[in-house]
Design a protein around this ligand. Structure first.
Ligand code: C5P
Length: 400
């Protein structure tokens, strides 16, 4: 009963996935949650309030100006009652209205009036999901700190295939359990964590650059896991093709110099810094102003060292708990330990990139983690699970 004593307000919008919301009420209640349901006017075209009343055990709140409800549990009380508001399904129309702060019916008013967290489970046709305004609305709501759970990709009720399926009820329950987990499961609560991720690009001329194959997956997995463990996360990312994890402040940069500047701008207030980016070691000494012509058979590029972002952070007085990564192909233990000392780090996570399917661009990884008095091996698993293990280790060590 992982949701025992949790009060969940479930808002249902008018989409075909609303039929799954009945099952969601049951699954939430099975975990001990107290569930009250609010329906938009159009939701009632898809599923009856009676069904939801029977499953939740409460009358369904439907209208904003309902004299009987206002006398008992009116919209402000309902907004205050909830530990968590889940909107499932959340239609494109609802998402647009919430982004604009509209309070035009009960379901939107509750979201505007509540101090509780709001989890939005989008469900719509894939074209509607990919419409620029919808994407922008979702990004803005996520940036405001609302939880964005899903959507899934796959076959849709309209016969099309693509992103826009509502998460399955069991997945939504799992997200709610994760989100409402007690403070003992949020060891980074109140901590500010900054991390770098992805590659950097070092310009040669206006159209060319030097870079590397870093996908950013490990850094993005760390950012997502850190939010779940309660941290306030700033992710300074080089050019990658990954969506921003919910509730993460993302700063996009191109070159190592950009990355250093953006890190230093906000490092003062950070409790933890993780250098996960594959920063280019060298940059072009003199970036050509015009596109370089291929006039010669051979050409040479003069390179100069980039600043070491991690070492710069670790040199500061009052430095945050500073963690580096090391990708090695041999002598892993020796190189990692010497890097720990040389860069003045609190911890270093080393991975053996000579092992196939691990490290750069892969979904799985294994890490050897070292600190001055000890070490721990985190065996091969997916980067998301590994991210959580590494962060738990950081939380444990920084309190020693
Ligand atoms: O020295 P090496 O490149 O192996 O160190 C890797 C670690 O240092 C990583 O954590 C990486 O993010 C960080 N780094 C950095 N700035 C650089 C080079 C590496 O922050 N210019």
């Amino acid at each position: 009963m992982t949701l025992a004593n949790k009060k969940i307000l479930l808002g249902i919008c008018g989409g075909i996935a609303a039929y799954k919301s009945a099952d969601l009420v049951r699954k939430l209640k099975e975990q001990g949650a107290d569930v009250r349901v609010v329906m938009s006017q159009s939701a009632k075209e898809f599923i009856t309030p009676l069904t939801l009343q029977a499953l939740s055990g409460y009358p369904v709140a439907e209208s904003l100006l309902d004299p009987t409800a206002e006398a008992a549990m009116g919209h402000i009380e309902l907004a205050r009652w909830a530990d968590l508001v889940i909107i499932a399904p959340a239609t494109a129309n609802f998402i647009a209205r919430l982004r604009a702060g509209m309070a035009d019916e009960l379901i939107t008013t509750l979201c505007v009036a509540t101090e509780s967290s709001i989890a939005i489970c989008p469900a719509m046709n894939q074209q509607m999901y990919q419409y620029p305004a919808t994407k922008e609305n979702i990004a803005v709501l996520a940036q405001r700190g609302h939880q964005m759970w899903g959507p899934d990709s796959g076959s849709q009720a309209c016969g099309e295939i693509g992103p826009g399926r509502m998460l399955e009820p069991l997945d939504i329950v799992a997200r709610a359990q994760d989100f409402l987990a007690g403070d003992e499961q949020k060891p980074l609560k109140g901590k500010k964590l900054m991390l770098t991720a992805g590659p950097t690009r070092e310009a040669i001329d206006p159209v060319r650059y030097i870079s590397n194959h870093s996908s950013g997956k490990m850094g993005f997995a760390l950012a997502e896991a850190a939010v779940k463990l309660g941290a306030e996360v700033t992710l300074v990312s080089g050019p990658v093709n990954l969506p921003t994890p919910t509730s993460v402040t993302r700063i996009d940069v191109i070159s190592a110099e950009d990355m250093l500047q953006r890190v230093l701008n906000d490092i003062e207030s950070q409790d933890i810094f993780i250098g996960c980016a594959a920063v280019a070691d060298y940059k072009i000494e003199q970036i050509a102003k015009e596109k370089i012509k291929k006039n010669d058979e051979n050409m040479q590029l003069a390179l100069t060292r980039n600043p070491d972002i991690l070492a710069t952070v670790a040199k500061r007085n009052n430095k945050p708990f500073t963690v580096g990564f090391a990708a090695e192909t041999n002598n892993l233990v020796e190189y990692a330990r010497s890097k720990l000392e040389r860069k003045n780090l609190d911890m270093i996570a080393a991975n053996d990139v000579s092992v196939a399917g691990q490290g750069f661009n892969a979904d799985d990884n294994a890490l050897h983690v070292f600190w001055s008095e000890g070490s721990q091996h985190l065996p091969t698993t997916n980067k998301k699970a590994l991210a959580k293990q590494l962060l738990l280790l950081i939380a444990e060590r920084m309190n020693k």
